[in-house]
Structure formats: structure tokens, C-alpha cells
Design a protein around this ligand. Structure first.
Ligand SMILES: Nc1ncnc2c1ncn2[C@@H]1O[C@H](COP(=O)(O)OP(=O)(O)O)[C@@H](O)[C@H]1O
Ligand SMILES: [Mg+2]
Length: 239
């Protein structure tokens, strides 16, 4: 059975259709990449999955259980973790305290276990030296690392990553990919929105293309990237 399923999920903002009958399944432990032009509805899709937005139509299921009416907090407790495209740390708290909040209240980790758990995550995400820094003062790269660490701290079974590789150097991107591969190897299912294709395809086994809120195509990366309609729409290359 799929860990995450969307069935005919639709959402409009006024006259703008941002999701149109979106249906797909994510298998347990699968890594699925999501690409598409700016404004295609990718981040909106994540908000529909996490409960930050409710669909106008359709359903979202986790382990076959309909969670469409659940709050973001309930979905997090059930195992859906996410990073935000625009990082949203508690700016006045330290990096470590941000993780502690996620681990205790999102991940249900005990007060006794949380310190070691959080320090381990800080090391894995390259933030150990910044544990005591105020999160609000971090530059973008470290804010993105903190987004990833916070999502991991909630102990998700499905993790949703929204454009965390953009603007990184090759070395930084390589480190990030290694961390995400580790998360995947531990059995966590991944949905990853990313414009940096080589990072994405180093992890995912399937790609989904969104365009104007619709699923244009879903399949293995080579086939998807070779499809004329994808090359035209996503890469701007004439078919
Ligand atoms: N809360 C909102 N209210 C109105 N329009 C929105 C809202 N959120 C996003 N949009 C619009 O919906 C479209 C899809 O946005 P988004 O999902 O962020 O796209 P993507 O992540 O693919 O770039 C865009 O045109 C955006 O301006
Ligand atoms: Mg987006």
C-alpha cells in the first residue's frame, strides 16, 4: 500500500487554478522528485499535503487513512515532515532551540533523549558549530540547513523538501545530497521539489512534472526529461 496518496486534489485561489485533479501515490521509502516552472503549484501541493491549505476537492491519505480534514499538527504527529521554500525558523531562538522544539513537539521525543538527538542532527546537517546562534541571523544556506534539520527532527516517515539546493556551491550541494541520500537509506519516503536537476536525480527514482497545477507526466527521470512536452514546457526548448 502507498504511504501517501492524493486523489483528484483540486485547489483554486479565486480565478487561479493551482491544483487540478492531482492524483499520485508515493510508495513506502520511495523518493519522488517534483519539477515544473515557477508558479506551477508545487509549493501549494505541499501545503495541501501538510494541511496548511485545504483542497476544494479530492483527498489526501496517509497509510490508506483519509487525513484531508486533519490539522498540520496532527499530520506532523502522523509522520509527515516538511521544509519551507522560504525558511521559517523561530528567529529569536537559537539553532539548537529550534531543533529542540521540533523534536519535542513535532517528533514526540522525550526531554531526556532530545539533547543528544538534536546534537546528532546538527552534526548531520553541518550546523553543529552554529548551535548557539540566533536562527534569525543566519545567512540563507544555514537557514536552509536548519529547515532540513527541523523537518528531520519531527521524525517523519514522509519528508517534503521544497527547493533546498538552490544557490549552493557544488561542494555544498554534494553535502546536501549525501544527507538526503542518508535519510532515504534509513527508509524515509521523500517528496522533493527542486530546480537543481542533478541533485534531484542523484536521489529520486521517479519524477513528476507539474504545469499550471496539473500533473503533466510522472515516470523515470530519463524518460520524463526526454519527453518533448517536458522539454518544451520545463526547459523552454522547442519540441
Ligand atoms: N495563498 C495564496 N493566495 C493566492 N495565490 C497564491 C497563494 N499561494 C500561491 N499563490 C499563487 O499560486 C500559484 C502557484 O504558487 P506556488 O504553489 O507557490 O508555485 P511554485 O511553488 O510551483 O512556484 C502562483 O501563481 C502563486 O502566486
Ligand atoms: Mg515553490
Amino acid at each position: 500500500m502507498a504511504i501517501l496518496s492524493l486523489r483528484d486534489v483540486s485547489k483554486r485561489f479565486g480565478a487561479l487554478t493551482v491544483a487540478e485533479a492531482v492524483s499520485f501515490d508515493l510508495a513506502p521509502g520511495e523518493a519522488l522528485g517534483i519539477i515544473g516552472p515557477n508558479g506551477a503549484g508545487k509549493s501549494t501541493l505541499f501545503n495541501l499535503i501538510t494541511g496548511n491549505l485545504r483542497p476544494d476537492k479530492g483527498s489526501v491519505s496517509l497509510d490508506g487513512r483519509d487525513i484531508t480534514a486533519e490539522t498540520p499538527m496532527q499530520r506532523c504527529a502522523s509522520g509527515i515532515g516538511r521544509s519551507f521554500q522560504i525558511p521559517q525558523p523561530f528567529g529569536h531562538l537559537s539553532v539548537y532551540e529550534n531543533l529542540l522544539v521540533a523534536a519535542r513537539f513535532g517528533g514526540g521525543i522525550s526531554a531526556a533523549e532530545a539533547p543528544d538527538y538534536c546534537m546528532d542532527l546538527l552534526r548531520r546537517t553541518g550546523l553543529a558549530a552554529l548551535a548557539d546562534r540566533q536562527a534569525g541571523g543566519l545567512p540563507l544556506l544555514n537557514r536552509k540547513r536548519l529547515e532540513l534539520a527541523r523537518a528531520m527532527a519531527t521524525r517523519p516517515r514522509v519528508i517534503l523538501l521544497d527547493e533546498i539546493a538552490g544557490g549552493l556551491t557544488d561542494a555544498e550541494c554534494g553535502e546536501l545530497v549525501a544527507t538526503i541520500r542518508d535519510i532515504h537509506a534509513e527508509g524515509t519516503a521523500i517528496l522533493w521539489i527542486e530546480h537543481v536537476l542533478h541533485a534531484l536525480t542523484a536521489v529520486v527514482t521517479r519524477l513528476m512534472v507539474l504545469n499550471f497545477g496539473r500533473v503533466l507526466m510522472i515516470g523515470v527521470p530519463d524518460q520524463v526529461m526526454a519527453a518533448p512536452e517536458v522539454r518544451e514546457i520545463y526547459l523552454g526548448i522547442e519540441a
